[in-house]
Every structure is written in structure tokens, then in C-alpha cells.
Design a protein around this ligand. Structure first.
Ligand SMILES: Nc1ncnc2c1ncn2[C@@H]1O[C@H](COP(=O)(O)OP(=O)(O)OP(=O)(O)O)[C@@H](O)[C@H]1O
Ligand SMILES: Nc1nc2c(c(=O)[nH]1)N=C(CO)CN2
Length: 161
């Protein structure tokens, strides 16, 4: 059994309904059991150009699951759930109905073309670190250290809903 940290984000459509649906669908994936769901945060959109206050804001949070499936299979399941919520990949860091990222699986380090673990940008994102910290205050990101210290250094703003 592995423990996986999954980050969710949504800034288009009915964000709450999308996230609630995605969490339900995740719990229905064979071999996946929900362990914890974080509080949800309102966060301004980060784009290639930096913080974009004109773009719709995101709801962000984190889910922790216990799973018997491989990280690759879990990522494939996340992509299916994104697709079922109309996720389109139009623009790098563009608006999206749903984003599901695999952040950490048991501290594994993987560097495939289709899967990198830990998620390469999680260490600098308060919108990932803060909700994760709410669930696991002592967690560590492989190669980066304690998420509490990373969260303190992350520049983006998050507001609890
Ligand atoms: N740990 C991971 N979690 C999610 N996707 C990953 C991971 N590692 C590699 N990928 C790959 O990254 C590709 C791009 O993912 P995606 O479109 O979700 O990026 P993004 O959400 O726009 O940006 P970011 O990766 O910075 O959050 C996906 O096709 C996926 O296969
Ligand atoms: N606030 C916020 N900004 C983002 C987010 C996100 O989840 N929240 N995801 C991105 C690409 O994954 C790019 N920018």
C-alpha cells in the first residue's frame, strides 16, 4: 500500500461542484482509498506572466489517498478524471476546469517523460504546500526538505475559504 498526495485546482465553471465530483470519482478508482481531504483555498491565478488578478481565481487543495495501484496508473486515473470534467490543454498554465497533480508518492523519486515525482514545482507553490501542511505538518518533499519551511518561503497568497 502506498500513500499519495494529490493536489487539485479549478478556476473555471462551478469550481466547488467540480472538485466535489473529482474527489468522489477518485474514491471510486479501484485500488484507491481516500485518507484525507484538506481545507480549500481561494488563490489568485499564477500564469507564465506571474500573478494574474484579471484571470478567474482558483480553488486549490490536497487529497491524500492510500493506494495499491502504481504511480503511473494513478496519474492515468487523474487524467481520466480531468477529462471527464472537460479539461482542455490549450495554453501553458492557462485557465482550467480541473487540474489534478500527483505531488508525492511515498517519497519516491521518478523522472520519466510522462511522470516526475515529486511534482517538480510543488516545492514553491503555497497553493499546494498550505493545504498539504494542514493535513501533514511534518511532511517532507524529497530533495527539498520540510514542507513547513517551504510553505513559509513560498511567495503566492492563499486564503482559506
Ligand atoms: N507528478 C505529476 N503530476 C501531474 N502531471 C505530471 C506529473 N509528472 C509529469 N506530469 C506530466 O505533465 C504533463 C502536463 O501536466 P498538466 O497539463 O497538468 O500541467 P499543468 O498543470 O499545466 O502545469 P504544472 O505541471 O506546472 O502544474 C502531463 O501530461 C503529465 O503527464
Ligand atoms: N492559483 C493557481 N494558479 C495556478 C494553478 C493553480 O492550481 N492555482 N495551476 C497552474 C498549473 O498547474 C498554474 N497556475
Amino acid at each position: 500500500m502506498s500513500r499519495a498526495v494529490i493536489a487539485f485546482g479549478a478556476n473555471l465553471g462551478d469550481r466547488e461542484a467540480t472538485i466535489a465530483g473529482a474527489v468522489r470519482e477518485l474514491a471510486e478508482v479501484p485500488g484507491v482509498e481516500l485518507a484525507a481531504v484538506s481545507p480549500v483555498y481561494e488563490t489568485p491565478a499564477i500564469t507564465d506572466a506571474g500573478v494574474d488578478l484579471d484571470a478567474p481565481g482558483y480553488l486549490n487543495g490536497v487529497v491524500i489517498v492510500e493506494t495499491t495501484i502504481t504511480p503511473h496508473a494513478l496519474l492515468a486515473a487523474l487524467h481520466e478524471i480531468e477529462a471527464s470534467h472537460g479539461r482542455q490543454r490549450l495554453k501553458h498554465w492557462g485557465d482550467r476546469t480541473l487540474d489534478l497533480d500527483l505531488i508525492d508518492v511515498d517519497g519516491l523519486v521518478i523522472d520519466d517523460t510522462g511522470l516526475q515525482l515529486p511534482h517538480p514545482r510543488a516545492w514553491q507553490r503555497a497553493f499546494v504546500l498550505q493545504p498539504w501542511l494542514d493535513l501533514e505538518p511534518d511532511a517532507v518533499l524529497p530533495g527539498r526538505g520540510r514542507i513547513a519551511a517551504l510553505r513559509a518561503a513560498a511567495p503566492d497568497e492563499v486564503t482559506r475559504r
